[in-house]
Design a binder for this molecule. Structure first.
Ligand SMILES: C[S@@+](CC[C@H](N)C(=O)[O-])C[C@H]1O[C@@H](n2cnc3c(N)ncnc32)[C@H](O)[C@@H]1O
Length: 347
């Protein structure tokens, strides 16, 4: 995906926006009168762009383009056939656009309004309050895939790595890894019931149910892992855990604060609560030389490095830090020490 696309997709989910809250947009919204007359898709986009701009809705044009394209059966406005952009919308289509746009006026993220969103080329169902996968996480998946495919040593009994995902949300990471690693099997856990159901539904839609076990589980509860590893220890643990520093939660954009589950975001005082639980479990979860890939806050590489030094008993090394498309250090590769066989060695 192009850098510009990633940026836009990040902005549409309110990611990284601090402040800019317009509480009034939520409380004083009045329905707009339905547009009347013969209006083309292009004119409807212009109308709603102007309305969104007037009401301080972020990414006004992209939001209205996505909504109109969705009502006309396309993913993006740019992909609409030219004739569909210029011919008048039916009264039903106009009403549908109006209804979806009213949700946007209430700061609902576009992904929830449309009910689906693409991640790594997979169309995933989205539903509040389950976390909307962000474009940065696609970079985490790409890194994992690169490391796995470049590894010189076969992983897993069937030749593909056994992967555990902690905090699967909509299933974005697990399902994209499974779809690109046909020999792999995944255990996906989450403590949220809505997340477990959505991962299940997305796995079914993508016909990947036969290689995934989806388990409701809170990683912070002691002993919860004992029955979890039917295939033995894992080759990889991947997670985009809740990692926002608690004091930063207040500054999140209204799109996030009002619609996404805070449990998916709040990582505690230093954003490390779930990260440290995952790391502390590594000796039980991972094979020798197994790897953990994490998405984190830019302050975490240093914090995690220091934390690991204070826990030599875990035999974990921070072997690489990667930057995201904005140049911020956001992804960690941590390896469990053990006999080396060239698996997932950093270049
Ligand atoms: C940032 S979201 C990531 C979702 C998904 N992996 C993605 O990248 O789109 C974090 C997920 O971790 C889950 N989670 C939070 N605390 C957890 C815990 N203690 N045990 C298991 N899952 C947890 C949340 O429910 C949420 O779905």
């Amino acid at each position: 995906m192009e850098l510009g696309d990633r940026m836009l997709r990040a902005l549409l989910s309110g990611l990284g926006r601090k402040g800019g809250t317009r509480g009034w947009a939520f409380s004083s919204w009045q329905p707009y009168l339905p547009l009347a007359g013969l209006l083309s898709a292009t004119e409807v986009v212009s109308h709603w762009t102007a309305v969104f701009e007037k009401r301080g809705i972020p990414e006004a044009q992209a939001s209205s383009e996505y909504i109109v394209a969705h009502v006309l059966g396309a993913k993006t406005f740019q992909s609409l056939r030219p004739v569909l952009r210029t011919q008048p919308l039916s009264p039903w289509q106009l009403q549908h656009v109006q209804k979806l746009s009213s949700y946007r006026l209430q700061r609902m993220p576009v992904q929830y309004i449309l009910g689906e969103w693409d991640f790594q080329g997979l169309s995933l169902k989205m539903a509040p309050p389950v976390f909307i996968p962000r474009p940065e996480t696609e970079e985490l998946v790409e890194w994992v895939l690169k490391e796995v495919t470049q590894s010189s040593c076969p992983m897993g009994a069937q030749g593909g790595p056994l992967i555990l995902e902690v905090g699967c949300g909509s299933g974005a990471i697990s399902l994209s890894l499974l779809s690109q690693l046909p020999q792999s099997r995944v255990i996906a856990v989450d403590k949220g019931e809505a997340a477990i159901c959505l991962t299940q539904e997305n796995a079914q839609r993508l016909r990947l149910l036969d290689r995934i076990q989806i388990v409701p589980l809170d990683v912070t509860l002691e002993g919860s892992w004992s029955h979890l590893l039917p295939w033995g220890p894992m080759d990889l643990v991947v997670s985009n855990p809740p990692y926002i520093f608690h004091q930063d939660m207040e500054q999140l954009a209204p799109e996030i604060r009002s619609y996404e589950d805070p449990v998916a975001l709040d990582g505690g005082e230093e954003g490390m609560d779930i990260i440290t639980h995952i790391l502390a479990l590594a000796p039980w979860l991972l094979k020798d030389s197994g790897s953990i890939f994490l998405e984190v806050d830019p302050r975490h590489p240093e914090l995690v490095g220091s934390w690991l030094q204070s826990r030599p008993d875990l035999s974990l090394d921070l072997v690489a830090v990667r930057k995201d498309f904005c140049g911020r250090p956001r992804f960690l590769h941590i390896r469990r020490s053990g006999p080396q066989c060239g698996c997932l060695m950093e270049a």
